[in-house]
Design a protein around this ligand. Structure first.
Ligand code: GCU
Length: 332
């Protein structure tokens, strides 16, 4: 079914890729962007805004088309589509990028950033970011910008307030060895699977719960089957907007500059939208019957993952990024 969808989409893309823009009397190139998120999600909104800005800065020579809801497949598949130039762009979770470059594994370390502001400070000010991003180019994809994906919290059919509550629980995580190690350190067990599979896995009891930000907890309706959302705040892990490297290389210097400016504004916009969206999502899930658990012993969870930090920072590529992250912390 997915293949058929993609084939139909490709046929349509070929037909629409170069539609003449009436105002300018010139060709408008359409860049297709894959997203697993629902319509109205801050990341999709930010990408739409980026498309508008890029379009304006290039006199309407480019237009973005966002395909939400995993319409073009799970993230791993859309990353391949970007690499092969089947689609131009995709919004990508960190584990798909860290499977190519170890430095990105750093962001999967639990309790790495002090808070979301720290993450933002790191991605907007650290001189390492650009160098780190450039390392994926040899795999034929370029990171255009980071996006915040908020803070991830655990949810299940019961509250999770401490390590004892987590003991023996099977929690769905995204596909990453680091997350498996994290769950083990916290006394539970990770069951990795892609985003679209989680609802059924919770419903059928394959897993006891999962972990995600407010937007995903709400938009997937996981709160209907795992109604306790506990503020464990264990991960603040970014997403990225990636694009085909050859396509990027084919742009003129001026268009590259326009794209960078549009991406910068989109990233700011997304952060701006995120907080408000998270509050609205929380209100929605509460209305839907969810209980929000704030009194979590985060300190105990944090302590339990110290050996994991020590283990991971043995890897020099992780250590380099880890030190750069810590250099942007405002905590003493
Ligand atoms: C969030 C995040 C995605 C990630 C997803 C998941 O939605 O933004 O990048 O893939 O969670 O847990 O799979």
């Amino acid at each position: 079914m997915k293949r058929i969808l993609i084939l139909c989409f490709l046929a349509a893309a070929v037909l629409s890729a170069c539609s003449p823009s009436k105002e300018q009397g010139q060709k408008t190139k359409v860049w297709n962007v894959a997203s697993i998120q629902v319509d109205g999600h801050p990341q999709n909104e930010a990408v739409k805004k980026m498309g508008e800005i890029f379009g304006q800065l290039t006199n309407g020579r480019y237009r973005f088309e966002v395909f939400p809801n995993e319409l073009l497949g799970p993230q791993r598949e859309t990353l391949e589509q970007v690499q092969y130039g089947i689609i131009e762009m995709a919004i990508m979770g960190n584990p798909n990028v860290s499977s190519f470059e170890d430095g990105f594994l750093t962001f999967e370390m639990p309790f790495l950033f002090d808070d979301e502001a720290h993450q933002r400070r790191f991605f907007t000010t650290s001189p390492l970011v650009e160098k780190l991003f450039a390392r994926t180019e040899k795999y034929n994809f370029k990171i255009v910008t980071y996006f915040t994906a908020g803070t991830r919290n655990m949810y299940a059919k019961k509250p999770i307030r401490n390590l004892a509550d987590l003991k023996g629980m099977k929690i769905r995580t995204a596909e990453s060895d680091t997350y498996a190690k994290m769950m083990k350190a916290l006394g539970g067990a990770a069951t990795p699977m892609s985003f679209g599979e989680v609802f059924t896995a919770i419903q059928s009891g394959v897993v006891d719960g999962a972990e995600n930000n407010e937007a995903s907890y709400s938009s997937t309706k996981h709160y209907e089957i795992a109604p306790y959302y506990s503020y464990t705040r264990h991960l603040i892990v970014p997403d990225y907007l990636i694009m085909n490297k050859k396509l990027y290389d084919s742009l003129s210097a001026q268009d590259k500059q326009a794209l960078a400016e549009a991406a910068r504004q989109a990233a700011d916009y997304e952060v701006e939208l995120w907080q408000k969206d998270a509050q609205e999502r929380l209100a929605q899930v509460k209305e839907g019957g969810a209980t929000i658990v704030y009194d979590v012993d985060s300190k105990a969870l944090q302590k339990a993952v110290v050996p994991l930090h020590e283990e991971l920072t043995q890897n020099p590529e992780i250590k380099e990024v880890y030190d750069a992250v810590k250099a942007t912390s405002e905590l003493k």
